[in-house]
Design a protein around this ligand. Structure first.
Ligand code: ES4
Ligand code: ZN
Length: 326
């Protein structure tokens, strides 16, 4: 369609992408086979049929199960390279990628195996596709702060190559404040701070991410419109929100795309941006997220361009944290 062509033509930045969530069933079966692992599903089709979720937790259970087949550096490289090839075809020119070290270190995979595979693919895409990138290590919030501290420690040999830390996994009952100490320590090591907040959780979690963790960007933040004072804070301090519309529909954060808050957020002056979150599970990479959102909310060209430009504004492209920290 005409709209899809316009979206394809826009150079885009992806700021909210879990690399484990880009694991397509075809590649999952291929890697499972070469690692002699039997998946709980007997075919790609039956696996895909399991991708129906009523909430975040139902998704996370399947997402963590899928990641279990990743064993060797080559597996992490192939996963990351497949993602980068795909987004390159969609005219994505900058990515800020999350990875979840604990999903792997908890089953005996060394941090450096995970890191090296991902890093080498990012470097290759930088050279071959001219894609720029940042890397964000995410702490799993359903685990303890002590476990996050161990992850922080494991990352230190690579800290000159990692740009930030995030907070993901099961939101309800795991408020940002649970991680106040490890976020403070992470900042002291030079990491930038972001956190998932207000996806399923209440606005209080967004306030905590800002006031307690001192994050510079909120992942999701859908619920912020519940609180006028919070909206003013986000606008005044230029705190971006990285929204993920197809994720929100797939996880029933909203009932249908027409209810997505991004248009209202733009009207209020929030630096709202659009990303894919876990594209292999939610059925949409960057173009599909822009396309479905634009159609459902009837966004005009100015709003569409605003979203694309906001992502570059919200990115860390202009920062050179790696140099600074050496
Ligand atoms: C996630 Cl959609 C979402 N929310 C929270 N944590 C996550 N990890 C991967 N995808
Ligand atoms: Zn996410």
């Amino acid at each position: 369609s005409e709209l899809y062509k316009i979206i394809q033509g826009i150079p885009k930045a992806e700021l909210h992408l879990h690399i484990e969530g880009s694991f397509e069933p075809e590649l999952m079966f291929k890697i499972a086979e070469r690692n002699n692992i039997t998946l709980a599903y007997d075919s790609i089709e039956s696996l895909k049929k399991a991708y129906l979720f009523n909430n975040l937790q139902e998704f996370l259970d399947i997402y963590y199960a899928g990641a279990q087949v990743l064993i060797h550096e080559q597996d992490f490289f192939d996963l990351t390279w497949a993602y980068l090839t795909k987004v390159h075809s969609q005219n994505v020119v900058h990515v800020e990628v999350f990875f979840d070290p604990q999903t792997h270190t908890n089953r005996g995979i060394a941090f450096e195996v995970v890191f090296n595979g991902i890093y080498k693919a990012l470097e290759k895409a930088n050279k071959e596709f001219n894609i720029s990138y940042k890397l964000i290590m995410s702490y799993l919030r359903h685990l303890s702060e002590e476990a996050a501290f161990k992850t922080l420690e494991a990352s230190l040999p690579f800290k000159h190559l990692i740009d930030g830390v995030g907070l993901d996994s099961s939101e309800m009952g795991n408020p940002p404040s649970k991680f106040v100490n490890v976020f403070k320590a992470s900042a002291e090591h030079g990491y930038k701070l972001v956190a998932h907040a207000g996806e399923e959780g209440p606005v209080e979690y967004i306030w905590e991410a800002l006031d307690v963790l001192k994050v510079i960007r909120i992942d999701h933040g859908n619920r912020c419109l519940d609180d006028e004072k919070l909206v003013r804070r986000l606008v005044e301090e230029k705190i971006p929100l990285t929204l993920c519309p197809t994720s929100n529909v797939a996880l029933k954060v909203i009932q249908k795309m027409e209810e997505h808050p991004v248009a209202k957020m733009l009207k209020k002056g929030i630096i709202a941006t659009i990303h894919s979150d876990d594209p292999a599970y939610f059925g949409g990479y960057m173009n599909e997220n822009y396309f479905e959102t634009t159609k459902a909310l009837n966004l005009n060209k100015d709003q569409l361009m605003k979203l694309a430009i906001n992502a570059f504004k919200a990115s860390w492209l202009h920062t050179d944290t790696k140099q600074k920290r050496i």
